[in-house]
Design a protein around this ligand. Structure first.
Ligand SMILES: *Cc1c(COP(=O)(O)O)cnc(C)c1O
Length: 402
């Protein structure tokens, strides 16, 4: 009886989601993550993943994962603080700390199962209810949830608005202050004004917590992300990088001064109370990291930049707007949810997979196609995408009236 009422509430909620054109569906992928893949039994050319360097199916990374499983088994068996901290995790943390050390003072790194957890952990451990958090308006959901978990007062500043942030910091009397931002914004692809944010952090004795999920591996000569791009180095920096995107495997890291990492190991509940990721994953990431930092990484970043330039130079839109960015995230803004879904369906008919992104992931009225490029895409792949998008955009007025 009562259970029936519970289900009715869910049905009503899902019906409301449908009316707003906000229902989410998953597709089943039966090949590795690569540009040409099979989804729901159909061959498609995908511009949908965050595998920006094409490492998710790289033979050397896959071999390392298999080798890691043979050495260390399938699972870690426990949390890091009990008995799950494997030599593979320790080696990866050392390699990540060394890699990010140009940007930090006395760097250490901590490996997490996911970026979501790294963000929850870092913010909730560094801020308590007496702290002030200054959060960029376009921050990823996991940063927002981390701020909620901390119970600190959160002040949201408008996208890229350094002056607004400065005024908020000026007015704060909290002893602990955290400025929290994406490095590369996940749905817009632009880069945060980090030199200005860091100057404010140092002036106000605040932490600057930067989630570089979409910059790590992609941005900077050596792939160290936005910090390398701007040549930043500071004891106030807390760097979060995810390892399931450009690094092609999974998990995430926090790199910071060793005292920050020591604090997280002792205080961050999303670190402490969860089973460590499979050691094989950390072992595979040692190979990913070597690829990112080496000649092959540089070549792959150059290939990605060539695809980005090709897209920018060959799209010719009349109704829609290409938000150009220097990163792999290349949004095309359509506005209404239904319009974005219609465009997604039109591309699907042409055998292309480009996800429509709708609220709450982006602001209402800015629904978009989120094109993501990868070093694994060829010039022919991008040409096919551009032809299809240009065609749909030209036909748009006709569609809008039918
Ligand atoms: C993907 C993403 C995360 C979450 O990382 P996962 O490893 O996928 O949990 C965090 N922040 C940003 C900006 C992201 O894009």
């Amino acid at each position: 009886m009562s259970a029936h009422a519970l289900f009715e509430r869910l049905d009503a909620g899902l019906a409301a989601i449908d009316r707003a054109h906000l229902r989410r569906h998953r597709r089943v992928v039966s090949t590795p993550c690569q540009p040409h893949l099979r989804a729901d039994g159909r061959d498609v050319l995908a511009f949908a993943s965050n595998d920006y360097l094409g490492l998710a199916a790289h033979p050397a990374v896959v071999d390392a994962l298999v080798d890691g499983a043979r050495r260390y088994g399938a699972g870690s068996g426990a949390s890091h603080l009990i008995s799950g901290h494997s030599q593979a995790h320790a080696q990866l943390e050392e390699a990540l700390a060394a890699f990010m050390s140009p940007h930090l003072i006395d760097a250490r790194a901590l490996y997490f199962c996911t970026g979501y957890m790294a963000n929850l952990a870092t913010i909730s451990a560094l801020a308590d209810k007496h702290a002030d958090i200054f959060s960029e308006a376009l921050n990823h959901a996991s940063l927002i949830d981390g701020a909620r978990l901390s119970r600190a007062r959160t002040h949201v500043y408008p996208h890229g608005d350094v002056a607004a942030l400065a005024a908020l910091l000026e007015a704060s009397t909290a002893e602990t202050k955290l400025i929290v931002t994406d490095g590369v914004f996940s749905m817009d692809g632009d880069i945060a004004p980090l030199p200005q944010l860091l100057a404010l952090a140092e002036r106000h004795n605040a932490w600057l917590i930067v989630d570089d999920a979409h910059g790590f591996g992609v941005v900077g000569q050596n792939g160290r992300g936005v910090f390398e791009h701007f040549e930043l180095r500071s004891p106030n920096l807390v760097i979060i990088g995810t390892l399931g995107k450009a690094a092609g495997v999974g998990g995430a890291f926090v790199a910071a001064n060793r005292r920050v990492v020591e604090w997280l190991v002792n205080r961050a509940r999303p670190y402490i109370f969860t089973t460590a990721a499979a050691p094989s994953q950390a072992h595979a990431l040692l190979t990913s990291l070597a690829l990112i930092a080496g000649d092959e990484g540089r070549e792959r970043r150059a290939a990605l930049q060539a695809r980005i330039a090709q897209l920018r130079d060959s799209l010719s839109l009349t109704h829609w707007r290409h938000m150009m960015s220097p990163t792999a995230v290349q949004p095309i803004i359509l506005g209404e949810n239904a319009a974005a879904l219609h465009a997604q369906a039109g591309l699907a008919e042409a055998g292309l997979w480009v996800p429509a992104i709708r609220p709450p992931t982006v602001a209402p009225g800015t629904s978009r196609l989120r094109v993501t490029l990868s070093a694994a895409h060829t010039a022919d792949d991008v040409a096919r995408l551009v032809t299809a998008i240009n065609q749909l955009d030209r036909d748009w007025r006709a569609h809008a009236h039918d």
